[in-house]
Write a protein of this length. Structure first.
Length: 241
């Protein structure tokens, strides 16, 4: 019965060391909630045309919402897994929260360009050049990269304390998997910045599509390794008992 209950947990192979929700997590959840509110109410309709435009932008808002939830999930899982509150964690988390608030407007703007204007074909009044302005993708890529540099730093700091945290073999494997995920995110962000600086703006945007296959491949490879280590661990426990 206990094994079946563990399968329903969010992170069944990792013993969470977070304990009670800390003030760091409370503040962070408030910032994530504020970011979503800024997305939702950043363009309040004031007339009929505004209401129409508001609903036309719902798909872009949904994409941004999913992105914020993705980032929040990384944050939630990290603090539940490790429960760290050391100086390095506080500093990196503070920078991360600042970037979340800074990044939310470029995220919403790019989502509207890609989904509302390019995919849905909605005509936006005014002379906004969109992706014709090379700074758009550069600002977006910079915010994306800095965001996941913070996550990479958090996970590397946790790895530095792996002995103090008493991580077992499976947990260490999962910790390395998490570090690899952030390296992939940062690498794609840096590649986008380089392409934007070189003037290859379309490729600087399209390269983010590579995140799906990269994460899928990495997750599969690390999943196989984690299952193998978990199997060995269970056999050792059975033998000793």
């Amino acid at each position: 019965m206990r094994d079946r209950l563990e399968e329903l947990e969010a992170d069944p192979m990792f013993r969470w060391r977070g304990g009670n929700v800390s003030r760091i997590e409370g503040l962070s959840d408030g910032v994530f909630a504020l970011a979503i509110a800024l997305l939702a109410f950043g363009n309040v309709p004031r007339d009929g045309a505004g209401i129409t435009r508001f609903f036309q932008e719902v798909p872009a808002f949904a994409a941004c919402f999913l992105f914020v939830i993705w980032v929040w999930w990384y944050h939630y899982k990290f603090f539940r897994r490790y429960g760290l509150q050391d100086f390095v964690t506080v500093i990196l988390n503070s920078v991360l929260l600042f970037v979340v608030l800074f990044f939310i407007n470029p995220l919403g703007y790019v989502a509207n360009l890609v989904i509302t204007r390019n995919m849905l074909g909605v005509v936006v009044p005014g002379a906004d050049p969109g992706f014709g302005d090379p700074r758009v993708i550069l600002w977006y890529s910079s915010g994306f990269t800095l965001l996941f540099v913070c996550f990479l730093g958090l996970n590397l700091n946790a790895w530095r304390h792996r002995s103090v945290l008493e991580l077992d073999a499976v947990e260490r494997c999962l910790a390395v998997t998490a570090i690899g995920e952030q390296i992939l995110n940062v690498s794609v962000g840096v590649a986008s910045i380089v392409l934007a600086v070189l003037g290859q703006y379309p490729y600087a945007g399209w390269i983010f599509v590579a995140l799906g296959p990269l994460h899928g491949t990495w997750g599969f490879v690390r999943g196989v390794r984690t299952d193998r280590i978990r199997g060995l661990q269970q056999r050792e426990r059975t033998t000793t008992s």
